[in-house]
Every structure is written in C-alpha cells, then in structure tokens.
Design a protein around this ligand. Sequence first.
Ligand code: NAP
Ligand code: ZN
Length: 353
Amino acid sequence: MATFRYKTFGYAAQSVGARLTPFSFERRALRPNDVAMEILYCGVCHSDLHWARNDWGWSAYPVVPGHEIIGRVIEVGSEVTRFKADDHVAVGCMVDSCQHCDQCRKGEEQLCREGNTLTYGSPDRITQEMTQGGYSKHVVVRQEFVLRVPEGLDLARAAPLLCAGITTYSPLRTWGVGPGSRVGVIGLGGLGHMAVKLASGLGAHVTVMSRTPDKEADALALGADRLLVSTDPDAMAQAANSFDLIIDTVPTKHDINPYMPLLDVDGTLVIVGQLGNLSEPSTVPLMLGRRRVAGSPIGGIAQTQELLDFCARQNILPECETIRMDQINEAFERMERADVRYRFVIDMASLTA
Ligand code: NAP
Ligand code: ZN
C-alpha cells in the first residue's frame, strides 16, 4: 500500500468570485479502506458556481469544485474488497459520514446526524484538511462512498447522474412517483432535465414549467408531455389542482406562490434548488388544499447505486455538452444565464499539468 500522498492538479477558485485557475495540490495517502482514482469526467453543477461565489456564506478557499465524478481506479487500500484497479467508478456530493447514526445505518448518509463530509469544502473527519472536488486529475475516497459504474453506461455522459440525477431521483422515490403520477418540474436546467427524464422513465405524466416557451421542443424530446410557461398567468390558472408532485430546481430566491395552487389536494412542492430564503410564501394554498412544501438534499449511496443501475437498464443518460477544463469560467458564465443544454461535463483528458 502506498504511504505517499498523491500529487495532483486541477482548477481552483482562490477567493470569493475569483476565476478558476490551475492549482497544484496533494491528495491524502491511502488509508486501508480508500480507493484512489484517476478522474475521467466531471460534471459542472450550479452548486459549484454558488460555492465559488460564496453564495451560501460558508465557502472556504482555495476550493476545487466538482461533485459529479466518473473515474478509473488506479490503486486500492489493503482492506478494500469492493473495487480493484481499472474498475470504472463514480463519486457524488459526499465522501464520508459518521456511518453509525440511525440515518447512516438506513443508507441515508446525506442526512447523517453528525453531518456528512462533502466532496469539496468540508474538513476531513480524521485530518481536518479540507476536501477538494473533481475539477482535478485524481481523487482518494473511502470505498463506502464510491459507486460502481454499471456496464453499458456511457462514461462520457454519466457524470451528471451523481448530483443532478440523484437529487431529482430521490424525491421521485420519496413521494412514490410511478405510472400515472402527475409531476411538474420548475426550471429546465441540469437538475430539471434529469427530473424530466427520470420521472418519465418511472412512468409519470411530466410537465416542464419554464419561464419562456423557448425550451418546449427540448422538453418534449426529453420525455415531458408538455411545457407550461410559468410567466403566463392564464396558462398557470388553467393548470390548477393538476399535480401530485412539483420539483422546484430554481437556483435563486423566488416566489413559490404562483405554483402552489397547481398542486392537487395533498400534493407536495419539493424544493431542491434554492438554499436560503424564498420570497414570502403564503399559507393560503397550503391550508386550503392541504398542500405541502418540502425540501430534499441529494440522496443516499445505496439509492445512488440504484439510480445508476436504473439508468443503465433504461438507457437514461444526461444531455451533456463536453468542455475542456480551461473552458470552465465561460461555462460558469453560461450556466448563470441558463445557457446550457443541459449539463456541462469536463473531459479531464483536457487537463494537463
Ligand atoms: P441550472 O442548470 O443553472 O438550472 C437552473 C434552471 O432554473 C435554469 O435552467 C432555468 O430554467 C431556471 N432558472 C434560472 N434562474 C432562474 C430565475 N432567476 N428564476 C426562475 N428560474 C430560473 O442549475 P442546476 O445545476 O440544475 O441547479 C439548480 C439548483 O439546485 C442550484 O441552486 C443548485 O445549487 C441546487 N442543487 C441542489 C441540490 C440538493 O441537494 N438539493 C443538489 C444539486 C444542486 P428555465 O430557463 O427553464 O426557466
Ligand atoms: Zn451538484
């Protein structure tokens, strides 16, 4: 087993809002239960942009973002039983948790009572050194947080499943979506387009709610049954009481009041986008229709593996625009303008020392 640390390199933001620039750093020496991998692809999530810009107020710098990781195993620790060199593997938003609380034991590590360790921007549970993410050449992760990429899943397109995929799959499963369910998706971006593909793959009737009609043809091609223009009050009024579940992926502070009457009795609007304040929500549609507002963070490791296997079986793949590592700043700017159809994925072969 190696006792040396892995010298690696990637792209980091050195301070709030700084452009990402090349950055050399080290990964920890392998612990007995660790898997070291070469990163092949990494998706670009809106959370990476929030983090680089400190939108949530708790970013630490330098930060190497990236939590939609597809890689190839290069070395494993002495106690690793699940993986071996050359296996194709994946890592999502978490790399550790306490592993003994009730939530971890249920496979809901994202809800760990002690807080999970994020792929970047969290102190390592043993050394306290800050974790760094997938916009880099190598990563070292304990085997319990490494996913197996099923045979047949296109490596170049699978990365967004690790965050955009599981974050939308998890509420679909929590709220029992299946054939006949009526699902709305607010915002057709990275998360939104996966919500459409997955809800449709589960047999639901899916409606995209977008600010303009521009993405209508795309929405239908992705598997939606229709697109509702959320800025058109007449169309919104006609859709009253017509959804069991609405998944809200909007990344900024917004008003959920126009969407609440669209839920049927006992329906739920689940927020997976904005982390922080909303514009003042009214309780009127909540009380009158016994409707609910909920939130949902990513999903557990077992459910992430279930998702990867489901996507391999159903041939569900994200729509990706492959970019070079040095195009990341432009990609961030485009993502901010909602100019991405529908996920940027960095080809790490483009990252050279
Ligand atoms: P994205 O690709 O930028 O997509 C967001 C979509 O929301 C846009 O395509 C746009 O769709 C719509 N939108 C953007 N700005 C808007 C505005 N001001 N008002 C209304 N709609 C707007 O982002 P993403 O990667 O899907 O991430 C979405 C959010 O989810 C981010 O805040 C991210 O941090 C969060 N997230 C949460 C979790 C979790 O665990 N819960 C995990 C991953 C990401 P239209 O053009 O169709 O309107
Ligand atoms: Zn993400």
